[in-house]
Design a protein around this ligand. Structure first.
Ligand code: HGY
Ligand code: MN
Ligand code: MN
Ligand code: MN
Length: 440
């Protein structure tokens, strides 16, 4: 059941609209088995969130479209009298804000939806300011929702923004498969898109004069236990400075499938053992490089029977570091270790790169503008380097892009404990509205 849209407040909108917006979707995609939310792209849950966003946007009189790559757009156009040309021309060089609605398996309530809800709530602020004669904007504003930001279904993060901006070969993207073997092309077609039209979208890129993504802080950068403990007086907001370079690799170990009861220990070529040794090596090798992060979050034995020695084991690795050369060197070290552990078990080991993004430095001028605006609400707002990837990190390669991060007192993300206090969410809305006003 799609939640009924919350009508925008009649009086001067309260900045806490964001919390009631999030409350309206609090049950969508809840995952009792894992905890938190599981909202893979084009799942029933994510489709319900898309409908929620489109209804909220329509309730605000925004014209909504879905582009060839499945990105949702909601337009707050310039009044006709101020366009100085066609509607289409007025949508070039617009200001765009938004985020994503898909989640990791068992993810938190805020990663993605906070940015989308805050964009709707900030729009309410700006509409009220324009109605009161306090905002004289020169540009259109668009709210955008990017599909498959987490890469949880098809394995490559920020797939929507990569396709739109030409950061991934469309043929390669369309051939990516999910756990059921469904390709991105097939899933897109089932959801009303034409795979032949998916890929670089110059018109959409031209629309994005500036892109600002508000996002929950996903580590301890603002207010985690190591800094000042929950509820401290630390800054509620930060402005993004960089996004850590990161990549995903698949390691495949092949051995000899066999019977768990009849195969003596000395007669085995067990890829699960090679994989387990490699998981430990990943931690040891990453810990030896300051500020490197390497994670094995997913492992899959084939055939996967309790009384069966696996014939193959795939594990997926996420490696990140501020210097791309360090990421490359660490991955090479891990690959060597994997091949050595495989050989020691009479198995083979293979490394396949699935995605790689270099470290992104946001547009300094835009970051300065955002800082000036954000510090009206949060005077101590620092610049923050984030270890989390974002659509903003992908778009930054093509258009001036910035981020606003909102305090997460638990310092935990991609898990049910991810949290944002109501007051901090409200501060984020005000800061986003002020920042957008500067850009409009
Ligand atoms: O993986 C990331 O950093 C992001 O949440 N997609
Ligand atoms: Mn996110
Ligand atoms: Mn995420
Ligand atoms: Mn993101």
């Amino acid at each position: 059941m799609t939640p009924t849209p919350i009508p925008p407040p009649s009086e001067a909108p309260s900045p806490t609209t964001v919390n009631s917006l999030l409350a309206a979707i609090a049950d969508v995609g809840a995952d009792p088995r894992r905890g938190g939310y599981s909202r893979p792209v084009w799942s029933d849950a994510e489709r319900e969130l898309r409908s929620w966003f489109l209804a909220e946007a329509a309730a605000r009189g925004l014209e909504t479209t879905t582009d060839a790559n499945g990105v949702l757009w909601a337009w707050w156009d310039l009044p006709a009298a101020r366009r100085g040309g066609s509607l289409e021309a007025s949508r070039a060089d617009a200001v765009v804000t938004g985020s994503h609605l898909d989640s990791v398996p068992g993810g938190g309530a805020f990663d993605g939806p906070l940015g989308v809800a805050s964009a709707l709530a900030a729009l309410d602020q700006l509409v009220a300011r324009e109605a009161a004669g306090a905002l004289h904007r020169q540009r259109a504003l668009a709210l955008a929702v990017f599909p498959e930001e987490e890469g949880s279904r098809f394995g490559v993060a920020c797939l929507g923004s990569r396709l739109l901006s030409g950061a991934i070969d469309p043929e390669r993207a369309l051939a990516l498969t999910d756990a059921e073997g469904i390709t991105l092309g097939e899933a897109a077609e089932r959801n009303g898109l034409d795979p032949r039209r998916m890929g670089p979208d110059p018109a959409a890129l031209q629309s994005i004069g500036r892109f600002v993504e508000l996002h929950v802080e996903q580590g301890r950068g603002l207010d985690g236990p190591e800094h000042s403990g929950p509820g401290s007086a630390g800054p509620a907001l930060a402005v993004g400075s960089t996004v850590l370079g990161h990549g995903r690799w698949r390691l495949s170990f092949r051995g000899q499938g066999n019977h768990a009861g009849t195969t003596l220990m000395q007669d085995r070529a067990d890829p699960m053992v090679a994989a387990a040794e490699t998981v430990l090596a990943v931690r040891r090798l990453a810990a030896a490089r300051p500020d490197a992060r390497a994670t094995v979050g997913r492992i899959s034995p084939i055939p996967g029977g309790t009384n069966v020695i696996a014939s193959r084991v795939d594990l997926w690795m996420d490696v990140r570091h501020a210097e791309d050369e360090v990421t490359a060197a660490l991955v090479a070290e891990i690959a060597d270790s994997a091949r050595a552990h495989a050989a020691a078990e009479g198995c083979t080991g293979e490394l396949v790169e699935e995605s790689l993004s270099g470290t992104v430095h946001f547009d300094p001028q835009l970051a300065a503008t955002l800082s000036g605006a954000v510090r009206r609400t949060a005077p101590a707002a620092p610049l923050l380097a984030t270890g989390a990837g974002h659509d903003a990190g992908v778009l930054a390669a093509r258009v001036p892009t910035g981020m606003i991060h909102v305090r997460n007192p638990t310092g935990i993300s991609h898990a049910p404990e991810e949290h944002v206090e109501d007051d901090d969410a409200a501060a984020g809305v005000l800061a986003l509205a002020d920042a957008l006003e500067e850009l409009l």
